[in-house]
Design a protein around this ligand. Structure first.
Ligand code: BES
Ligand code: MN
Ligand code: ZN
Length: 485
């Protein structure tokens, strides 16, 4: 979507004009048809409500879209403005209109940036593999012209645009099929997108991971013909010498379950089992593009989990990079096996001040929280509170779960140090306990189980069906408020 800014409307501005309406207060200067039409259509200016009317101005037909920006109780102003932008996108993206004029009206720079954010995010679709779409199915809306925006709007949008770009990158990685995005191509896409940004990318191949002793991650990858990769994206935007914050993502580019194979129905969904790594890559892109004043590391553990003659077996014991041994009870509990070595490597290599991992880790999390919140587990209350707050302001909501020695005991193994699954009950918690065993020296750590959030079966606030980009705005908000604030 091309976004441009103009001081005033003229004959060349788009015929489709969107104007924001506050609750029960229409913008000034509307014609009688729009005023009366809005009233009899019960248009009240609630966020995301839309009323359309046609009128004539200066001899041209104008298509007027009134969009409500009134926040519900408890709803943040920014979220309401985003919903308004999203409503415009949902209505006009395939309408045949190619451009939309957004009349700034009384909105301020940050408010306009919020409307644009909702609009651009909601208009995102990934159609590159669909070669037979009819004209009326294709996205037509390609440009938004903002008219009469106050000074400061362009820089406000530029900063938001970086975040939007990060969200779109995450969605692209998540939406791509598993024969297109696998460990090597995930890395390649990142190399393309980070080229020239000032970020430093480090990639480990299997031999290097072998030499480092990453037996858990490599055990998962063993059944796949596609070699595993470890990717680190580094951004030094903070004070030199300040310990970095590490984001660590589960990047299982396809999860069949391995020998503990999953049922066929719905297995295609497991292409988005790299949603944690996708969020880390997208968040890093956003932060690098807006030149965040913080030292940051994004680590992605990338593997494919396949059944094969050479695949690991239930019962195998693997040695992790930390030296701890793991009995693999279920090869489908592979995410924790990938993350534990990624966490150990991140701590040894980068000595982070704090560590936040994101993973589509357990089906049990979807049972617990559905598709409204991701679960957060943390060994540090301050870090948990900071992330919970970032979740509320960014819209990427979180809900905290417990950790305790009693849960931890459930993953003691008879033959090794740890087993990779506990009993059925509390499955998300024992998965988090597993990860906690790989936190060194009490490093503040939070684990975000995003299994219910990476993908949506129906359109939401600022996304359509499919990849949501969950996590990018959360991490961006956390960096703004905690590391840069
Ligand atoms: N990637 C899955 C978790 C998942 C399932 C995410 C459904 C989203 C939707 C993970 O690797 C997995 O298979 N977990 C198992 C763990 C079990 C074997 C202890 C699960 O949740 O069933
Ligand atoms: Mn699995
Ligand atoms: Zn998985």
């Amino acid at each position: 979507m091309k976004i441009t800014f103009r001081t005033a409307a003229d004959a060349s501005t788009p015929r489709l004009v969107a104007r924001a309406a506050e609750p029960d207060k229409l913008p000034a200067g509307l014609g009688a048809a729009a005023i009366e039409g809005a009233a009899i259509s019960r248009f009240s200016g609630k966020a995301g409500q839309l009323f359309e009317s046609f009128g004539e101005r200066g001899g041209r037909v104008e298509r007027l879209a009134l969009v409500g920006v009134g926040a519900d109780k408890d709803d943040a102003r920014q979220a309401a403005l985003e919903r308004a932008g999203a409503a415009l996108a949902a209505r006009y993206m395939t309408s045949g209109e190619t451009a939309l004029a957004l009349d700034a009206g009384d909105l301020g720079p940050r408010e306009i940036a919020a409307v644009l954010t909702g609009l651009v995010l909601r208009a995102w679709r990934y159609d590159i593999h669909r070669t037979r779409l009819k004209a009326e199915q294709k996205v037509s809306l390609a440009e938004v012209v903002v008219i009469g925006a106050p000074a400061g709007t362009e820089p406000a949008w530029a900063e938001q645009a970086a975040v939007v770009e990060g969200v779109k990158f995450t969605r692209e990685l998540v939406a791509e099929p598993p024969n297109v995005i696998y460990p090597e191509t995930f890395v390649e896409r990142c190399q393309e997108r980070f080229a020239g940004t000032g970020a430093t990318l480090t990639v480990l191949g299997e031999d290097e991971m072998q030499a480092l002793g990453m037996g858990a991650l490599l055990g998962v990858s063993q059944g796949s013909v596609r070699p595993a990769r470890m990717l680190a994206i580094r951004w030094d935007g903070g004070a030199p010498g300040d310990k970095p914050t590490a984001f660590i993502g589960k990047g299982v580019t396809f999860d069949t379950g391995g020998i503990s194979i999953k049922p066929a129905a719905g297995m295609e969904e497991m292409k988005w089992d790299m949603g944690g790594a996708g969020a880390v890559a997208g968040a890093m892109l956003a932060l690098v593009k807006r030149k965040a004043k913080a030292n940051l590391i994004g680590v992605c553990g990338l593997v494919e989990n396949m059944p094969d003659g050479n695949a690991q077996r239930p019962g195998d014991v693997v040695v992790t990079m930390s030296g701890q041994t793991v009995e693999v009870i279920n090869t489908d509990a592979e995410g924790r096996l990938v993350l534990c070595d990624a966490m150990t490597w991140a701590q040894k290599e980068f000595a982070p001040a704090r560590m936040i991992d994101l993973a589509t880790l357990t089906g049990a999390m979807v049972i617990s929280l559905g598709h409204e919140h991701a679960g957060i587990f943390a060994n540090d209350d301050a870090l948990a509170d900071q992330l919970l707050a970032a979740g509320r302001t960014s819209g990427d909501k979180l809900w905290r779960f417990p950790l305790s020695p009693a849960y931890d005991k459930l993953i003691d193994s008879e033959i090794a140090d740890i087993k990779n699954v506990g009993p059925r009950w509390g499955g998300s918690i024992t998965a988090a306990q597993f990860l906690q065993r790989f936190v060194e020296n009490g490093t503040p750590w939070a684990h975000l189980d995003i299994a219910g959030m990476a993908w949506a079966d129906k359109p939401g606030a600022v996304w359509g069906k499919g990849a949501t980009g969950y996590g990018v705005r959360l991490l961006d908000r956390f960096v703004r408020d905690v590391l840069e604030g």
